[in-house]
Design a protein around this ligand. Structure first.
Ligand SMILES: Cc1cc2nc3c(=O)[nH]c(=O)nc-3n(C[C@H](O)[C@H](O)[C@H](O)COP(=O)(O)OP(=O)(O)OC[C@H]3O[C@@H](n4cnc5c(N)ncnc54)[C@H](O)[C@@H]3O)c2cc1C
Length: 724
């Protein structure tokens, strides 16, 4: 007989449990989920990315409306359950919907803690828990200037980063002596604070807020020491409280949260609890990894399958702020423990500390370089002996070492509960070649992103194993995994990683991104130099070469390696000599020469991923190879036609029309916009025609014709042109 399963809470734990049940017994239950939020399932962890404008809501939806329908799950979205009739087995919502159940799962999550500070209910005081909160912050940023986050923990700092990105002046008020004091020690916290201050955040540490001032809405904070801070928006990130009101009213045993045993059973038969609302062995967790583990156990229990008990999870934290790498796992307190390893590199701002007790690893902090985070998390979880902290093999990156040393059953992506074995199987079965493919196939690295280097290393190991044991595959342009043998990054992920790690010099790339050869090689050296320049990362004092050891650096100067890759123009005079009668083009030539000179002046000496040849012609009678140049500009009766992506060599490619402009100044800007987009999105060494074939001409055409974008992309170059 089909049993009726009701889940209260359409959050990450509730849906994960349903997903696991469907994978075990797709037909056995009639499933109804009640969700108070009027939305399909989404990844709450990625709200920070959404607030930081790195994602949109569409991107963080994990289960679309269609998913529920396709899986026969009835979703009652926007319906809050207000009563459970334990005697008859029925739940009721605030709007009066009644739903009987045979099995009930409570997955009601947490509520943000609103401290009893006078003024906390004023307009302009919010928490950071759901999509509405993100929308409120974005709305405030349009009207107001100043935001203050109370709480210098993980959530508070991610909220503050989002507010900064929204253009608000952002202060963080924290009542402890240093940031993230539950997860970090003072050294790591000071490094973190320094990096955040460089991004514009301001901190007020060891401050107790006693009042939120303002008449009708929040306008400032008052501290216990009498000082005040002006603000327009207050975001509270001072902790969460398990959402247990419903359980309490229904007579379930609750403590801080709903008390469950090792099989997620509550004190009432047929009722289970999972996620942040559950308390297991005295602990209620506030992270995804434990609740996913709980959901897997509960799914097996509900399906009547044999399962190991849930025995608790070692907590870990990873900050999701672009360019700042912080990781903490397990017990990092110094009382009762000893330091197994402590490394500090002040110049590179890298810090590593591993704690041990009786020779076993109990906790770890990493700042600046978190490549070892997953392997350390595994060691902390297993309470591994300190002998496992062996020195790194110099021929490989830390992530590769970690990937190789990791047992197959060990979790790589704690956010999504994906093990090394799952990833290797997916790589082998589906012939996956990139991290992105692994992400879409397994979800690994799809949430906080902390395991991305490890996933990349597994992809690389998987590929080299395939090449060593199977047929040698010649990779296509899309399949190329790494820039060269010095790194596991491909061109696209290298660009992202360089920005994330704020690499300003080749040395920083080598050390922060785990290069295997300190001097790099002919393939990666020019690519790194090019990306440092084109991404605007390179600082004035950057050295000319990739490598720390000055004595063994290549002698090629920076300008020589990158600067020569610029624009070149076909020689119009040579074309004219070939003409039978050059007189008719004399007038048109004026425009041609103006265009060429202006284009060269506006573009200046900015480097490009690959040399670009430009042809400008006075008309179709004098084609001048317009259609087989990277950029071709030709006069026509209606104006100037601009083409891109032509190629005269093998394979020959005909340039594609980008647009038509009458005004020669706009023609220059159109060509410059195309060059800017190419400069930003192409891979080093990729020819313009290859780039256009890979990314498509439609998007390029749209961008080039979009007047606002054109003006944004040409920015300062436009003023060069106007004044030039
Ligand atoms: C901004 C942010 C960033 C985070 N970053 C990380 C991170 O990097 N790593 C990490 O591990 N964790 C992170 N977390 C924590 C993680 O998101 C939570 O641990 C996880 O979402 C909890 O899942 P849950 O299903 O238990 O609760 P929730 O996701 O809160 O889901 C509970 C759902 O139940 C609904 N509900 C409650 N009561 C009722 C009712 N009576 N009737 C119907 N529906 C009800 C709620 O509306 C809610 O949608 C972050 C959290 C936030 C807010």
């Amino acid at each position: 007989m089909i049993k009726r399963l009701v889940v209260i809470g359409n959050g990450m734990a509730g849906i994960k449990c349903v997903e696991e049940i469907l994978s075990l017994e797709p037909e056995r239950f009639q499933i109804t989920i009640f969700g108070a939020e009027p939305r399909p399932g989404y990844n709450r962890v990625l709200l920070s990315k959404m607030l930081q404008e790195e994602s949109t809501f569409q991107h963080i939806v994990t289960h679309s409306w269609d998913w529920y329908e396709e899986n026969g799950v009835k979703l009652q979205a926007g319906e809050r359950v207000c009563r459970i009739d334990v005697a008859t087995g029925m739940v009721e919502t605030e709007s009066g919907i009644q739903e009987p159940y045979d099995i009930l799962v409570l997955a009601t999550g947490s509520l943000p803690f609103m401290p009893p500070i006078p003024g906390v209910r004023k307009e302009g005081v919010i928490a950071f828990r759901d999509v509405n909160d993100c929308e409120t912050m974005a709305r405030y940023a349009k009207t107001y200037r100043k935001a203050t986050v109370i709480g210098g923990g993980l959530l508070g700092l991610e909220a503050a980063q989002g507010l900064l990105n929204l253009g608000m002046e952002t202060d963080v008020v924290h009542n402890a002596q240093y940031l993230m004091n539950r997860q970090l020690d003072r050294t790591a916290a000071v490094l973190l604070q320094r990096r955040l201050e460089q991004q514009g955040m301001r901190f007020h540490l060891a401050k107790d807020t006693v009042n939120i001032i303002g008449r009708n809405r929040a306008q400032g904070l008052m501290f216990a020491d009498g000082n005040r801070l002006e603000t327009d928006l207050v975001v509270l990130a001072v902790g969460i409280r398990p959402n247990i009101g419903l359980a309490q009213d229904s007579g379930l045993t609750v403590n801080r949260a709903i008390v469950v045993d090792d099989y997620m059973r509550t004190s009432i038969p047929s009722i289970y609890a999972v996620g942040e609302c559950a308390e297991h062995r005295g602990i209620s967790y506030g992270l995804v990894a434990p609740l996913y583990e709980q959901a897997k156990v509960l799914a097996k229990v509900i399906c009547g399958r044999e399962t190991a008990p849930y025995e608790g999870t070692v907590p870990y934290a990873q900050l999701k702020v672009a360019g700042i790498h912080v990781f903490s796992a397990g017990d990092i307190r110094e009382e009762g423990s000893e330091i197994a390893i402590m490394e500090y590199n002040g110049m590179q701002e890298i810090y590593k500390k591993v704690m041990m007790r009786a020779g076993n690893i109990t906790g770890a902090i990493l700042f600046g370089d978190t490549a070892e985070s997953t392997s350390l998390l595994g060691m902390v979880r297993r309470g591994a002996p300190t002998t496992e902290l062996t020195s790194q093999n110099n021929s490989k990156s830390k992530a590769e070492d970690a990937a190789e040393a990791l047992p197959e059953g060990e979790t790589v992506c704690a956010c999504n509960g994906v093990s090394k074995g799952d990833i290797l199987r997916a790589i082998a079965t589906d012939k996956l070649k990139t991290v992105e493919e692994v992400k879409s196939r397994t979800k690994a690295s799809g949430s906080c992103g902390g395991c991305r280097p490890l996933v990349a290393a597994l992809v690389k190991n998987g590929l080299s194993r395939e090449t060593a044991s199977g047929p040698v595959v010649t990779p296509t342009a899309q399949e190329v995994v790494s820039v060269c043998g010095c790194t596991h990054y491909d061109h696209d992920s290298l660009k992202t990683a360089m920005v994330d790690a704020v690499c300003r010099t080749p040395e920083e790339v080598v050390s922060r991104l785990g290069w295997t050869r300190q001097q790099g090689c002919e393939l990666c050296r020019p690519a790194v130099l090019y990306y440092l320049e084109s991404l605007g990362l390179r600082n004035g004092s950057a050295t000319n070469q990739l490598g720390i050891d000055v004595a063994v650096q290549s002698t090629l100067p920076y300008e020589g390696e990158v600067g020569s890759v610029g624009l070149s123009f076909t020689n119009l005079n040579a074309e004219r000599r070939d003409c039978v009668d050059p007189a008719p083009i004399d007038q048109a030539c004026g425009g041609v020469i103006w265009l060429r000179e202006r284009l060269a002046a506006v573009w200046g000496s900015l480097s490009l991923p690959s040399p670009v040849a430009v042809a400008v012609s006075p008309g179709s009678e004098y084609p001048g190879g317009v259609l087989v140049h990277d950029i071709g500009i030709s006069r026509s009766p209606a104006g100037w036609e601009v083409y891109a992506g032509g190629h005269a060599g093998h394979p020959v490619r005909q340039g594609l029309l980008l647009g038509l402009e009458e005004n020669p100044e706009e023609v220059v800007l159109m060509a410059v916009t195309c060059l800017q987009i190419y400069r930003h999105s192409a891979r080093y060494g990729e020819k313009m025609w290859e780039w256009i074939e890979r990314t498509g001409v439609l998007a390029l055409r749209e961008s080039v014709l979009d007047a606002t974008l054109r003006s944004e992309l040409t920015g300062s170059l436009r003023s060069t042109m106007l004044t030039g």
